[in-house]
Write a protein that binds this ligand. Sequence first.
Ligand SMILES: [Zn+2]
Length: 243
Amino acid sequence: MKLQVLAIAVHPDDIELSAAGTLIKHARMGQQVGIIDLTAGELGTRGTPQLRLQEAADAARIMGMAIRENLGMRDGFIVNDEAHQLQLIQYIRKYQPEIVIANAIADRHPDHGKAGRLIADACFLSGLRKIETTLDGATQAAWRPKRVYHMIQDRFTEPSFIVDVSSTHATKMEAVKAYKSQFHNPDSTEPLTYISKGGFLEAIEARAMLLGKRIGVAYGEGFVSENTPGIDGLDALLLPEIA
Ligand SMILES: [Zn+2]
């Protein structure tokens, strides 16, 4: 199956928190959109890997994703090396995405930055035909996505552009809440963590509102492009009114 947009991130829930509104929007345009999780997030303090896989599948259904796969890499030990790159290249070639959404280039959780670099490098290398890969016994053709955009995760980074997600923000928050084991639940007996203490989801909501305000809409999601984005003409931009 060929995908238009493929979001790749190290932990299940990374995508939901930072890019779900954008992915849902593209899926509602009729495009094929999918997610690849590099790990099962097995080092997460709360819940179990099995539970998180189920939560990830529930979130993907809410978001209308065409596929969601988990590559089973080791949480906490992501390395941008040949073995990890080759494994990821197999899936980039399998789904031939035009656009890839990736982890932040640098963030609070060290896995995010390492995965952000790994994903961007694998997207480039995937286009080199002399790097040979096979999947299920079949030789794969080279494929390089046209674009790689990095999400803004825990640390704020100035975005290269902001996507208007006003029409999909509510569904995004439903997808985030599918991770019942991870976020705030006053009845839970599990240890409180950075993301399960009160206020975390409100902060996600507040950031979406602040980013939306900057482009004159209700909710926004920001992305970082390592190249400067161009526009077709001066009237192509969403901006707040001047007066
Ligand atoms: Zn994460």
